[in-house]
Design a protein around this ligand. Structure first.
Ligand code: 9YT
Length: 132
C-alpha cells in the first residue's frame, strides 16, 4: 500500500512550478498504478493552452471558478467545485482560471515526474523520473 501526505509531497521534488500553474504529483509511473495523480493549482487570471496528444487526462475541480474552452468547436464550459472534465479525445483546450483553481488530475499513461508543456501544450512521453 502507498500512503502519502499532500503536505510532504508539496515540500519535495514532486512539486513542479511553471508560469501559470504548479502541480504536486502524488502518484507517478514508478508507483505502478497505471495512472498518475496530481493536485494542481492554476494561478488566478491565467489562460493555459494544452493539448495532451500522448495522454488522456481527467480533471476534478475542488476549489475556484473558471472556464474550459474546446479549441476545435469553440465551445466553453464553466468550471466550479464539483465539475469534472475528461479529455477523452486528446482534446486541444484552453483553461481559463477566473480565481485560483485547485484541481485533482489523473493522467493515463502516468507521468514520470518532471513533464512540463512544450510550445504546443503537449507533454512528451519521455521525462526525468522522480524517485523518493
Ligand atoms: C489541468 C491541467 O492539466 N493543468 C496542467 C498541469 C497538470 N495537471 C499536471 O501536470 O499536473
Amino acid at each position: 500500500m502507498i500512503v502519502r501526505q499532500f503536505g510532504k509531497c508539496e515540500q519535495s521534488n514532486r512539486r513542479i512550478v511553471t508560469k501559470n500553474w504548479e502541480s504536486t504529483r502524488m502518484l507517478l509511473k514508478n508507483d505502478g498504478m497505471g495512472f498518475s495523480f496530481h493536485i494542481t493549482t492554476i494561478y488566478p487570471g491565467t489562460s493555459t493552452h494544452m493539448w495532451y496528444q500522448n495522454h488522456l487526462e481527467s480533471v476534478y475541480c475542488i476549489e475556484g471558478t473558471g472556464r474550459i474552452e474546446e479549441v476545435a468547436s469553440g465551445k466553453s464550459h464553466d468550471i466550479e467545485p464539483g465539475t469534472l472534465y475528461a479529455l477523452n479525445e486528446h482534446d486541444e483546450h484552453v483553461l481559463h482560471a477566473e480565481t485560483r483553481l485547485v484541481l485533482a488530475c489523473v493522467f493515463n499513461p502516468p507521468l514520470l515526474g518532471t513533464e512540463v508543456h512544450n510550445e504546443d501544450g503537449v507533454y512528451p512521453l519521455e521525462a526525468q523520473e522522480i524517485t523518493d
